[in-house]
Design a protein around this ligand. Structure first.
Ligand code: CP3
Length: 350
C-alpha cells in the first residue's frame, strides 16, 4: 500500500486506491452539529477558539468519510487579524467598516506576524493534523487569492458587479498593483503558517475571478496569484487554484503554478482538461443538484467521474461551496458513490 492518502495520490497524478472526494464549505453551514457548536456571533470569533475550530474541521470527516478536511477559517482572517476592520456577517459575508479607497489605505495593511496575529490558527492546525495523522485524511490549508480578497476590501462587502474594484484597477493601476502585492504577501504568510503547522495541501480561493475578462485576469489578477503559488512551491505540498465562472480563464489558471486546477460546474471536466492540459482537476458537481431527485444527483455524479477520468488525476468536489440548506444525507450519498464506483467508472471511460 502506498503511504500517500488517496487525496495526495490523485493530486500528484498517481492512481489512487479510490477516487478522493471532499466538499468546499463542508465545514459548517449545512451540518446541524456545526450550528449547535457554533452558537451566535461572528464566525471570526469561532475561528479564534481552537477547540471549536478543530472540532468543526473534523465534523465532516466523521459524518461523510471525506478524504480531506479543510481548515475551519476564512479568507479574510489575515486582513482581520492585522486590524483592517473587517467582519463576516452571517448570511452576507465579509464587510469592511472603512473600505479601501486610496493610497493612504495601504498603511492599514501591515505584514502578518504569525505568532502574534494568528496563534489560534497554528494551534487549530496542530490539533487537527495530530488527529488526522492516524487516518488517511488530508488536511487542506487555504487562503484567498489577492483579487478576491481585494474585492471585499475595495467594495466594502460582497458585490455582483465589482464596479469599485474595476474602477480602481483602471483609474490607478499602480495602486492596484501595490494593493494586490501586499495581499499576496499576507496570503503567502498565512499559507506558510498552515503548512508549517501540519497542513498537507493548500487551496487558493479566487472565487470571484470569473468577474474578469481574460485580458483583465492576465493584467490584474494572475501575476499576484502566480507570485503566491510560486512563493510556496518550496513547501512541496499540492497547490490547488479555484474560482467560479472561470471557463474562459482555465488556460491561464493552468500557468499559475497551481498543481491542481479547480473547475466549477459550468465546464465539463473532459472539456476542462483540454483547456488546462497536464494537471489533475478538482470538481465539479453543481451544488444545487443536492436539491434535485436522488437519481439526477447520482447520474450527474457518475457523469463527472467518467469525464474526470480524461484528466491526469481527479479529486471529486462540488463546483462551488455546499449551499446552506443542503441535506447532509445527499452529500453522504455522493461520497459513497464516488468511493464505491469512482475507479471502475474512470477505468471504463479511459
Ligand atoms: O470550506 C470550509 O468548510 C472551510 C471553511 C471556509 C469558510 N470560508 C468558513 C465560513 C472556507 C474555505 C471559506 C472560504 C471563503 N470565505 C471564500 C472562498 C470560498 C467560496 O465559497 O468561494 C469566500 C469568498 C469567503 C468569504 C465569506 N465568508 C463568505 C462569502 C461567507 C458567506 C456568508 C454566508 O453566511 O453565507 C463567509 C462566511 C463563512 N465562512 C461561513 C463559513 C462556514 C458561514 C457563515 C457562518 O457560520 O458565520
Amino acid at each position: 500500500m502506498s503511504s500517500l492518502s488517496p487525496f495526495l495520490e490523485a493530486a500528484s497524478g498517481q492512481e489512487p486506491r479510490h477516487t478522493p472526494v471532499w466538499f468546499m464549505r463542508q465545514a459548517g453551514r449545512s451540518l446541524p452539529e456545526y450550528r449547535a457548536l457554533r452558537g451566535e456571533g461572528s464566525i471570526l470569533e469561532a475561528i479564534k477558539t481552537p477547540e471549536i475550530a478543530a472540532e468543526v474541521t473534523l465534523q465532516p470527516v466523521r459524518r461523510y468519510g471525506v478524504d480531506a478536511a479543510i481548515l475551519f477559517s476564512d479568507i479574510v482572517v489575515p486582513v482581520a487579524a492585522i486590524g483592517f476592520g473587517i467582519d463576516v456577517i452571517p448570511g452576507r459575508g465579509p464587510v469592511a467598516e472603512h473600505p479601501f479607497t486610496s493610497r493612504s489605505d495601504l498603511t492599514r495593511l501591515r505584514p502578518l506576524e504569525v505568532d502574534q496575529d494568528i496563534p489560534y490558527v497554528i494551534e487549530t492546525v496542530r490539533h487537527v493534523a495530530a488527529e488526522l495523522n492516524a487516518q488517511d485524511t488530508t488536511l487542506i490549508g487555504f487562503a484567498g487569492a489577492p483579487f478576491t480578497v481585494a474585492s471585499y476590501l475595495v467594495e466594502g462587502g460582497p458585490s455582483r458587479t465589482f464596479t469599485k474594484v474595476k474602477a480602481l484597477m483602471y483609474q490607478d493601476p499602480e495602486l492596484w498593483d501595490d494593493l494586490v502585492a501586499v495581499l499576496a504577501d499576507l496570503s503567502i504568510s498565512f499559507l506558510r503558517a498552515q503548512i508549517n503547522a501540519g497542513a498537507q495541501a493548500l487551496q487558493l480561493f479566487d472565487s470571484w475571478a470569473g468577474a474578469l475578462s481574460p485580458n483583465e485576469y492576465a493584467r490584474f489578477a494572475l501575476p499576484a496569484t502566480k507570485h503566491v503559488l510560486e512563493s510556496v512551491s518550496d513547501l512541496k505540498v499540492p497547490r490547488i487554484l479555484f474560482g467560479v465562472g472561470t471557463g474562459e480563464l482555465l488556460g491561464q489558471m493552468a500557468t499559475s503554478g497551481a498543481d491542481v486546477v479547480g473547475v466549477d460546474w459550468r465546464v465539463p471536466l473532459d472539456e476542462a482538461t483540454q483547456r488546462i492540459g497536464n494537471h489533475p482537476l478538482q470538481g465539479n458537481l453543481d451544488p444545487a443538484l443536492c436539491f434535485a431527485p436522488v437519481d439526477a444527483l447520482e447520474d450527474a455524479t457518475r457523469d463527472i467521474l467518467r469525464r474526470g477520468a480524461k484528466a491526469p488525476g481527479h479529486i471529486f468536489n462540488l463546483g462551488h461551496g455546499v449551499l446552506p440548506e443542503t441535506d447532509p444525507d445527499m452529500l453522504k450519498r455522493v461520497v459513497d458513490l464516488v468511493h464505491n464506483e469512482g475507479r471502475t467508472l474512470a477505468k471504463e471511460a479511459q
